[in-house]
Ligand binder design. Structure first.
Ligand SMILES: Cc1cc2nc3c(=O)[nH]c(=O)nc-3n(C[C@H](O)[C@H](O)[C@H](O)COP(=O)(O)OP(=O)(O)OC[C@H]3O[C@@H](n4cnc5c(N)ncnc54)[C@H](O)[C@@H]3O)c2cc1C
Length: 388
């Protein structure tokens, strides 16, 4: 495995660093204006506003190593606020399975960050077992539109979304993965009701979405009727790798060490305490091992290999590491971590507990940890379940 960066990669890294420092947010500046300008400048660099999009759709067409460099460098910079649902989730499905008309209709607004999307996959009773979803779509007799009825749950940002990409059931064949149809429709219309779910960390990011007699023209169906499962699942491996957040954890761990070194314990600091040091060291070792797993898959991808079940290893370990960092940050912050935005104690500690509680969700969404372990058991370790 060769992880040394080539002269071209080093040149690219310097260019990324230069771009990120010259376009950095200046405190006090108008945030919205800066955000628009940042994306415009990134686009002018040759598709850096959509780093993961392929060249034929206006992306930069980077090598896997260039993507890795981008991840590492951007983890240390402040990037404009962005939502993953359009850019990172729906766009690849449109590129892979949408018609030319659908690509021309939806991709430009996704790229311009003009339309916010949400992901309507999970339902009450269909989370890990997504294929048991029941939201029903019935095609009209003239074949022009579907009538959709059902409930989606845990829908992130549904209250801010303009459109939803939604898995619906158009047929019950007995094979649950069949008869699922992928539909797109606007959120702001009669028949759609969004109710907030306030999570453990006190935030409103997820919702329940009730869908009643919503009419969806057939032009808004991606690909063939009944083939939605194929389109939906293609994305999961990429989603899982993204959720591992390895570069961000490397930066967060360094910050944790700095913070712990600022917490006084008698004549020394928390970072000098053997018990705390041991926990940080264990975390560092696990993170390093995970980084090497990422580099191994990067080396395989650079040689043309496909992303395999290692995405499940990265999701599983990456999210556990993020939770451990959040937990140690609470430990370092002590009683001040419990404050919900109150201006007391060390600055790093504020909201620490809220972040820790929010981090419980990392091992649930994008495929719960137990499910990742199943994938690893079957596809990496070759262990077959005795159950039929
Ligand atoms: C903060 C947050 C944001 C989310 N955002 C979205 C979104 O935008 N759009 C969307 O569609 N969904 C979203 N989800 C839903 C998420 O994908 C589901 O919560 C997840 O798939 C788990 O499903 P579930 O909640 O129904 O739990 P269940 O599937 O009922 O799981 C309950 C428990 O049983 C375990 N379990 C389940 N199956 C197995 C098995 N085969 N073997 C061993 N153990 C098993 C699970 O690991 C878990 O511990 C979000 C969830 C959260 C928490």
């Amino acid at each position: 495995m060769d992880i040394d960066l080539s002269p071209d990669d080093l040149k690219f890294r310097a260019e990324v660093r230069e771009f990120l420092s010259s376009s950095a947010y200046k405190p006090g500046a108008d945030y919205g204006k800066w955000r628009d300008e940042w994306f415009a400048k990134a686009k002018a660099k040759g598709g850096w506003d959509v780093p993961k999009w392929p060249k034929e759709f206006g992306g930069p067409g980077w090598t896997p190593t260039q993507h890795y460099i981008w991840e590492q460098e951007t983890a240390q910079a402040t990037l404009p606020w962005d939502m993953p649902f359009g850019i990172g989730m729906l766009a690849p499905i449109l590129m892979g399975y949408g018609s030319k008309e659908q690509q021309e209709r939806f991709l430009p607004d996704i790229r311009a960050r003009k339309v916010n999307w949400c992901q309507g996959y999970s339902e009450p009773g269909a989370g890990s077992d997504l294929a048991s979803l029941k939201t029903k779509a019935v095609l009209s007799e003239d074949g022009k539109y579907y009538t959709v009825n059902g409930t989606k749950i845990w829908t992130t940002a549904a209250h801010m979304a303009d459109w939803i990409f939604c898995l619906t059931r158009t047929q019950d064949t007995g094979v649950r993965q069949e008869g699922i149809t992928f539909l797109l429709f606007p959120m702001k219309q009669p028949g759609i009701e969004v109710k907030p779910i306030i999570t453990l960390g006190g935030a409103h990011s997820v919702n329940t979405v009730y869908i009643t007699d919503v009419k969806v023209p057939v032009e808004n169906r991606i690909g063939e009727e009944g083939k939605g499962w194929t389109y939906a699942k293609g994305l999961l491996q990429h989603e899982r790798t993204g959720l591992a957040g390895i570069s961000r954890s490397l930066v967060a761990l360094e910050k944790l060490k700095e913070h712990a070194a600022s917490v006084k314990r008698g004549n020394a600091t928390l970072m000098d305490e053997p018990a705390f040091r041991a926990k940080v060291a264990a975390l560092e070792v696990d993170l390093m091992a995970l980084e090497f797993t990422e580099l191994r898959s990067l080396a395989a991808a650079a040689k043309g290999g496909a992303l395999g079940p290692e995405s499940s290893i990265m999701k599983l370990k990456g999210t556990e590491i993020q939770q451990r960092i959040a937990k140690l940050t609470v430990e370092a912050g002590g009683i001040y971590a419990a404050g919900w935005g109150m201006p007391i104690g060390a600055k790093f500690a504020r909201g620490g507990m809220a972040s820790y509680l929010a981090s419980r969700a990392y091992t649930i969404y994008g495929g719960a940890s137990e499910v990742q372990k199943d994938v690893i058991a079957k596809n990496v370790l070759g262990i077959r379940s005795s159950q039929k």
